[in-house]
Design a protein around this ligand. Structure first.
Ligand SMILES: Nc1ncnc2c1ncn2[C@@H]1O[C@H](COP(=O)(O)OP(=O)(O)OP(=O)(O)O)[C@@H](O)[C@H]1O
Ligand SMILES: [Mg+2]
Length: 364
């Protein structure tokens, strides 16, 4: 990322990143790191978190407004800032939920208010990129939970950034989201493949997992026994969020004073599992219907990882077509995604185990 940002400042092309992976693997943590990298290179940075409503253009316009105000304060843009704010204002008026840009700014018609989202976003990115370039700086917008954005808007975003990239302007985005984020089509897809790397963020390797447990403990002069580490790796599958929770509970359960043993880990497992069930897992099913819960439970019956929708239908004794709306609802809520045609998978690691704990007997 640092290299990409440096290259963009020099008027070259630089490939940014779209991080994809399941829940709790560290995507947001990495996006936050990008922010530090951007600041280190003198970039202006804004962060957007998309919510389930999928709204993006309004949030982007607000982010650009904040960037322009900050740039104006630091670089004294004067009239140039007013013009850019005017372009932004014209854009904001055209979109639903556009931010209030300010009554003292005159809307500048032309670059970003045609009503065609891809070309308007392109106009906006080019405008922002030119302002940044003329003042020896750059702009990075990080966008989290990007999978909530619908495909057409996502494609418009890619087209918009691409236009600025073609002109070698120092502006880019970095995104993060669930694995479904990788589904772009047509022209946008070929742009996106050149503009971004798509690293898959997953569970940590055994060595990394072990480091995640032992290094912070070492700072407190506490040692992890090898058997204890192996056991935590076994139950967490090396998923960062689980490592954190199981590690914490083992720490709390340990008799100490200077070692965490296998026995400590075994004693802490019920508490760690309960903690995850009550928090991490249960919030995910908070807003599901009975039919959706039954579907999730049937998925768990079909095993961990990706399962065939037809197998889920069979477990439920229903026709696959009849279950289409339930399946779509779960994907819209980002509880599941489809890794391949005809397959469905949980977006939360080890969710199958949770569903079995939560609804032990199935069918009920
Ligand atoms: N490399 C890492 N090593 C150790 N722990 C990590 C690492 N990355 C993330 N974590 C832990 O995992 C937790 C979850 O990370 P993060 O919130 O970034 O996940 P995420 O991929 O954004 O998940 P979600 O899809 O739910 O937003 C963090 O609070 C952090 O404690
Ligand atoms: Mg996140």
């Amino acid at each position: 990322m640092d290299i990409a940002l440096q290259r963009l400042l020099l008027g070259r092309d630089g490939r940014s990143a779209m991080l994809t992976g399941l829940r709790g693997v560290g995507k947001t943590v990495l996006l936050n790191e990008f922010e530090l990298v951007a600041q280190g290179r003198g970039y202006f940075h804004e962060h957007i978190e998309v919510s389930e409503d999928g709204e993006l253009p309004g949030r982007l316009a607000s982010a650009f407004r904040r960037v322009l105000l900050a740039m104006d304060a630091r670089c004294r843009l004067g009239d140039r800032a007013r013009k850019a704010l005017g372009v932004l204002k014209a854009f904001s008026i055209r979109i639903p939920n556009g931010p209030e840009v300010g009554v003292d700014v005159d809307a500048v018609s032309g670059p970003a208010d045609s009503g065609d989202l891809p070309s308007d976003l392109a106009g906006l990115f080019v405008e922002m990129g030119e302002v940044a370039r003329d003042h020896g700086t750059g702009v990075l917008v990080t966008i989290d939970e990007l999978h909530y954005v619908d495909l057409r808007t996502l494609e418009a975003l890619v087209v918009g950034v691409h236009r600025a990239t073609q002109r070698m302007l120092p502006i880019t985005i970095a995104g993060a989201g669930l694995p479904s984020l990788a589904t772009l089509t047509g022209e946008a897809k070929s742009y996106a493949e050149r503009m971004f790397r798509y690293p898959t963020i997953g569970s940590l390797s055994p060595q990394q997992s072990s480091d995640a447990l032992t290094l912070p403990a070492r700072d407190e002069s506490v040692r992890w026994n090898d058997d204890a580490i192996v056991r935590v790796l076994e139950v967490t599958g090396g998923y960062p969020y689980f490592l954190q929770e199981f590690g914490k509970q083992a720490w709390d359960a340990a008799d100490g004073p200077s070692e965490i043993t296998l026995d400590d880990v075994e004693r802490s497992l019920p508490a760690a599992t309960a903690e995850l069930d009550d928090g991490f897992f249960r919030v995910r099913i908070g807003r599901t219907s009975d039919a959706e819960r039954a579907y999730l439970r049937a998925m768990a019956e079909c095993g961990p990882g990706a399962v065939r929708s037809s197998d889920v239908a069979q477990v439920l004794g229903r026709k696959i077509t009849a279950l289409g709306p339930v399946r779509d609802g779960l994907m819209k809520k980002a509880l599941c995604y489809s890794p391949r045609w005809g397959e469905i998978e949980f977006t939360v690691p080890m969710f199958d185990q949770f569903m079995k704990r939560w609804l032990p007997t199935f069918p009920a």
